[in-house]
Design a protein around this ligand. Structure first.
Ligand code: NAP
Length: 473
């Protein structure tokens, strides 16, 4: 753990395993509430000097962290593949995305401008300034184990906040590698702190109830996010919640079917389907359904599952055996209720898969509303294809979810694209585009997919408090 500028070890440790091989790849300190309190106190003490340091100084530290992350990209990607499982090429992309937040917010740190507002009184002046909130507590998931950290740490530090982070139990080594970079980049003692643990509940409780914490920023499941938001409510702590999704991917009959099938297969199986913006329901207009399913399936059967260090692999393991179980259960339920299986449909066994958590890339069509997969976040390599007839029907079906994170629309008709963009109740919409994300663009969900945005100007605003001065002159 990294507390008050020093690396700290506990006697109790937990094991980190490679999800592709089941091998132990490290032992990590198993922190508890007492270490969380030490970290919060350190962040509280460091706040007065960090929040009043010049924005230029904070920007320089973040820029150095960016440079170090880029320098270490191959090492970080290799670690990520071994700890989290995604193929090496995807891990390299994630490290670049993670580093982009450091650079973007290093630049934005210098642009926290205030405002003057004209008053109705000639003898009055209004001045608005934005100041850092204070100590931030952050909790991150395992599926994007580096970028989900920098997406919080970079804006918090740019704004002048200090931070205590608890990473996911499955991926603490990536978090340690990020904090090594922050340390070497010159982040002062206490400004950024890392508490690793195998027991998140007591630390989450401390984050929600400790009076020194002014904001909780969480990325993870909707169920845990709701619980944390409730626990933080009695003190009216600020919260940002980046939660689950159930993305619709809509293919209209005027779309280029090859482009659409290629896009859908790439984004669906990204990170083995373990992404919050992964399409969970692929709606295809009936006139092009057969050709879409055929092209899509042809692409999927060519995907090779295995250890992500093998360059020919595009489907890594699932995070654990429970994830394999959940996916199997959704597929069995769908098949029982009339879905058609085009490929996959089973956990992978045999020598190459014996110790890992592998599920075959799977294509189901004829998926309907009564199936679990239609509503539950899948978080696995299963594509669920659903036919539709008319524009109004598909917009209603797509919006019929309590989630609201990402949606995708494929069409060559401009007015249909604009109307769908406006009608879909989702925070991020890709129009003929499967990667509508960037450090410069606001990321976040509507409804039960979350509160607040990360990245972009909005992402910095999440760590700032608005202060108004009324001056009688
Ligand atoms: P999770 O079970 O909610 O865990 C997320 C983090 O919360 C982990 O660090 C976890 O620690 C911690 N945690 C779990 N229970 C807690 C509690 N009671 N108190 C405090 N902390 C607690 O989610 P996950 O399975 O890791 O991640 C997958 C989910 O994240 C999916 O739903 C996905 O859609 C969502 N996600 C959303 C975004 C987004 O930007 N919207 C991005 C990525 C992922 P442990 O690891 O020790 O359990």
């Amino acid at each position: 753990m990294y507390i008050n500028g020093e690396w700290v070890k506990t006697q109790r440790e937990f094991r980190v395993t490679n999800p592709a091989t089941g091998e132990a790849i490290g032992m990590v300190s198993d922190g508890d509430k007492s270490q969380a309190i030490l970290a919060i106190n350190a962040a509280h003490t460091a706040f007065s000097s960090w929040s009043t340091a010049s924005a230029y100084m904070r920007a320089e530290v973040l820029q150095r962290a960016y440079d170090l992350m880029i320098e270490r990209k191959p090492m970080l990607a290799d670690l990520m593949t071994r700890e989290q499982g995604k193929p090496l090429k995807a891990a390299l992309n994630e490290v670049q995305y993670a580093a982009d937040f450091l650079r973007w917010f290093s630049e934005e740190a210098k642009r926290v401008y205030g405002e003057t507002i004209p008053s109705a009184r000639a003898d009055q002046r209004f001045i608005v300034r934005y100041q850092p909130l204070g100590v931030v507590a952050a909790i991150t998931p395992w599926n994007y184990p580096i970028s989900m950290i920098t997406r919080k740490v970079a804006p918090a530090l740019a704004a002048g906040c200090t931070i205590v982070l608890k990473p996911a139990e499955a991926t603490p080594l990536c978090a340690i590698a990020v904090f090594n970079i922050l340390h070497e980049a010159g982040v002062p003692a206490g400004v950024a702190n890392l508490v690793t643990t195998s027991e998140p509940v007591p630390i989450g409780d401390e984050f929600c109830t400790n009076i020194k914490i002014k904001k909780l920023t969480f990325t993870g499941s909707t169920a845990v996010g709701k619980k944390l938001a409730q626990d933080a409510a009695p003190q009216l702590k600020r919260v940002s919640m980046e939660l689950g999704g159930h993305a619709p991917f809509i293919v209209f009959d005027d779309a280029d079917p090859l482009h659409a099938a290629k896009g859908a297969s790439l984004v669906k199986f990204l990170n083995t389907g373990q992404a919050c913006i992964s399409p969970n329901r692929i709606f295809v207009q009936r006139a092009i359904l057969d050709s879409f399913v055929q092209t899509f399936t042809e692409r999927v059967v060519k995907m090779k599952a295995g250890n992500g260090l093998d360059p020919s692999v595009s489907i890594g393991p699932l995070v654990n055996s429970a994830a394999v179980e959940k996916v199997s259960c959704q597929v069995e339920d769908a098949l029982k209720k009339g879905a058609i299986l085009h490929s996959g449909g089973k956990a992978l066994s045999g020598d190459a898969y014996a110790s890992g958590n592998f599920y075959a890339p799977t294509v189901l069509s004829n998926v309907s509303e009564d199936m679990l997969i239609y509503r539950e976040e899948t978080f696995g390599p299963v594509a669920a294809i659903i036919p539709f007839d008319a524009y109004d029907d598909v917009i209603e079906m797509a919006n019929n979810t309590h989630y609201g994170l990402a949606a995708y629309v494929y069409t060559q008709n401009l007015s249909r694209a604009v109307r769908a963009f406006e009608a879909l109740n989702f925070g991020i919409i890709g129009i003929n585009d499967i990667n509508p994300t960037s450090a410069a663009a606001p990321f976040g969900g509507m409804n039960e997919s979350g509160l607040g945005r990360e990245g972009a100007r909005e992402g910095l605003g999440e760590y700032l408090e608005t202060k108004l001065g009324g001056f009688s002159v």
